[in-house]
Design a protein around this ligand. Structure first.
Ligand SMILES: [Zn+2]
Length: 544
């Protein structure tokens, strides 16, 4: 019997000429076990999603979030390595021996100034000026942790060989770390990577998408003087910033439609009666290919140098982040799509739909119910009109190992991105159910990859073939660039103490909304409840 089975499998593996239907994916009952395991962790997912929401940490300040999530993983048998790639808040959690190595990641940072009370359809900051999860990055790592625990349980029970590596997207809103992860070899030996990103739909895609980007701060150094008594003795660094911005804005007319260039003046000087001796402007340059991003970045650098020349100042360029254009793996996307369809959309309740409508109406967004169908597999966008758009530094990993992004339905349709409206649902049952559904699709896809060497071979062949024919990885980092871990340090020194009274205490309250005194799906009727913050774990360093 054993001999004939061996012979059969030899025959099957030799039958390259006759394409076989997708046999030998993970058995249905193994997938059912993973689904049951995730359902049994639904409460844990809710607590993780709500807790990370309440911590509300922006890029490079994810100290408390990281300590909390790695603690859960360590307690569940994962080996934690902290401070990877020279980034204090970055970490990996690994488990398993031998077999394929699958990486699971998602972002966990939030955005400056978008603090928002969850479950509230009106714009109402929890702490005015503080950061908030106005993109929903609080849900992604909880999803991946739930998936990883289920995969581990199934693999242990059935003695499946394989390894998992969980990793967080640190400072994604600054496009600040994934290129450094790649440069530091974090993905060496990884066979495939599944990235999860919050959305209002349940989907995946392959081929090119999202823009590449370089984030760079130009700091001009001039000469200060009394702005009224002897301005002729000064060389204004702020003049250089303004000349650069004017020049870039004129240049826009002659740039391709696919580019996106935006900036903030990060230092405009001290006070008007002093000629500013130092001033900085922070640019994001985006376009759809490696080469077009590089062209735009070069234009920015030349314009900065020209502005310095025009004002007799000097300029230093500091790269703060980069992102490669995204490129999803087709065989993996097809696998994931089948699992997304098998999982289907979460069962939304009348309360979920009522809250959605209330938010959309209050915010004057298009009224559309929570989706009841998963999105069909999105084909490549190679021939799309190149109109540009956002970036995600998962691109750097996509050009390093076969990778896909699974978008899971934890948010309301038609909200504004990078905005308080995108935070309103992110600690409600909508966010919790979307993360549970996403975890199931990820777990099932990982089991398929772990148990089907052919699927990993196909993923690798697509990566080495079609993807490399399309373009090659050209990292924007130089050997000397370092992660911009200082960003948001001062900011969080101010806001962390003000946010602590709103940290979620899951031992005392069933949900975060309960703690705040909000009766979902109804809006809050009075001020939200403050609590005495739990004692610092001692792990929160540097974010201060
Ligand atoms: Zn994001």
């Amino acid at each position: 019997m054993i001999a004939s089975r061996k012979f059969l499998s030899l025959l099957l593996s030799a039958s390259i000429l006759t394409p076989m239907p997708s046999v030998a994916l993970a058995p249905q009952d193994y997938k059912q076990e993973a689904i049951a395991n995730i359902d049994s962790h639904a409460k844990m997912v809710q607590v993780m999603v709500d807790t990370v929401f309440s911590y509300g940490e922006p890029g490079f300040q994810e100290f408390r979030t990281g300590a909390y999530l790695t603690d859960i993983l360590a307690k569940n048998g994962f080996k934690i390595t902290k401070g990877v790639a020279g980034i204090p808040t970055a970490w990996t959690a690994t488990w398993g021996e031998g077999g394929p190595l699958i990486a699971l990641g998602s972002d966990e940072d939030d955005l400056r100034g978008v603090s928002q009370i969850p479950g509230d359809p009106k714009i109402e900051p929890m702490v005015p000026g503080a950061p908030g999860h106005g993109e929903g990055h609080n849900s992604g790592m909880p999803l991946q942790i739930a998936a990883a625990l289920a995969i581990k349980a199934v693999m242990e029970k059935h003695h499946i060989k394989g390894r998992l590596m969980l990793w967080p997207g640190i400072a994604e809103e600054l496009l600040g770390t994934k290129a450094f992860y790649v440069r530091d070899g974090l993905f060496k030996g990884v066979d495939a990577c599944i990235f999860a990103h919050v959305a209002s739909d349940f989907s995946t895609a392959y081929g090119p998408s999202s823009t590449g980007m370089v984030s760079v701060e130009y700091t001009f150094h001039g000469k200060t003087a009394h702005a009224a008594a002897d301005p002729w003795d000064g060389h204004s660094a702020l003049d250089a910033v303004e000349i650069m911005d004017v020049a870039m804005n004129f240049r826009r007319e002659h740039l391709p439609l696919s580019q996106r260039t935006h900036y903030v003046v990060s230092n405009g000087g001290g006070q008007p009666n002093i000629v500013p001796g130092i001033a900085s402007v922070w640019y994001y340059f985006r376009d759809v290919t490696f080469d077009s991003v590089k062209t735009l970045y070069d234009i920015g650098n030349r314009t900065a140098d020209a502005a310095a020349m025009a004002t007799d100042t000097t300029v230093e360029h500091k790269l703060l982040g980069t992102a490669a254009p995204n490129y999803g793996n087709k065989p993996m996307a097809e696998l994931a799509q089948a699992n997304i369809e098998a999982v289907g959309m979460p069962k939304w309740t009348a309360d979920d739909q009522a809250f959605t409508k209330l938010v959309q109406e209050t915010q004057k967004r298009k009224v559309e119910p929570l989706k009841d169908k998963v999105t069909p597999l999105r084909p490549p966008q190679e021939d799309r009109t190149p109109t540009g758009g956002g970036s995600d530094d998962i691109g750097d990993i996509m050009w390093t190992v076969p990778t896909i992004t699974v978008r899971y339905p934890s948010n309301i349709p038609n909200m504004i991105g990078h905005n308080v409206t995108s935070a309103m649902a992110m600690a409600t049952p909508i966010a919790h159910k979307g993360a549970v559904a996403g975890a199931k699709a990820v777990a099932m896809t990982v089991l398929d990859l772990m148990m089907t060497p052919d699927e990993l071979t196909k993923a690798k062949a697509f990566f080495d073939g079609d993807q490399q024919k399309y373009d090659h990885y050209k990292p924007f980092l130089s050997a000397t660039d370092v992660p911009a871990i200082h960003v948001n340090d001062d900011y969080m020194r101010t806001y962390r103490p003000l946010m602590e009274p709103y940290y979620y205490d899951s031992k005392k309250y069933d949900t975060y909304l309960d703690q705040l005194g909000i009766k979902y799906p109804n809006p809050p009727t009075g001020p939200i409840r403050k609590i005495t913050p739990p004692k610092s774990s001692g792990d929160v360093t540097g974010g201060g």
